[in-house]
Write a protein that binds this ligand. Structure first.
Ligand code: CO
Length: 162
């Protein structure tokens, strides 16, 4: 079980570095992230959220197996966009509707360094966009109008102090 870093921790705002070594440590970290995500009832978790500034994340929706994305690149997105309510384990209790493309194609490596391509839509695409943003130091609230973002952060911080 890993600690989940929350809003205000610098690691969440940094651009993460590519993974170079596909070793046991990477696999152990990914597996620990799955346990951590399950405990927190999340459907995605990116390495910066557990304090690791490297380019990987996990996604697990519904009853599917966890998917591991290392050094991902979103190579295509649809012109069509959709609104979807997002939350984030690093900003507990905050939710907002965010507009993003409806579908994407992502290329990534798995935990063994093997390349794969995945086409996703709906919730799966949404979680991949959200987690991929974490690798560039971007949180979902950063996509909101500055005034809305500020209000949500103020509400979050007053709840955290309570
Ligand atoms: Co998040």
């Amino acid at each position: 079980m890993l600690d989940i870093y929350t809003l205000g921790e610098p690691v969440l705002q940094n651009k993460a570095e590519p993974v170079l070594n596909f070793d046991r440590k990477l696999v152990d970290t990914l597996e620990a992230m799955v346990v951590t995500m399950h405990r927190a009832r999340g459907i995605g978790l990116a390495a910066p959220q557990v304090g690791i500034s490297q380019r990987f994340f996990i996604v697990q929706i519904e009853n599917e197996k966890p998917l591991f994305f290392v050094n991902p690149e979103i190579v295509e997105t649809s012109i069509e966009k959709m609104l979807y309510e997002e939350g984030c384990l690093s900003i507990p209790g905050v939710y907002a509707e965010i507009e993003r493309p409806s579908t994407l194609i992502v290329q990534a490596l798995n935990e063994k360094g093997k390349r794969f391509t995945l086409e996703a839509s709906g919730l799966l695409a949404r979680v991949i966009f959200h987690e991929n943003d974490h690798l560039d130091g971007v949180l979902f609230i950063d996509k909101l109008m500055p005034s809305v973002r500020k209000k949500l952060i103020e509400q979050y911080e007053s709840r955290m102090r309570a």
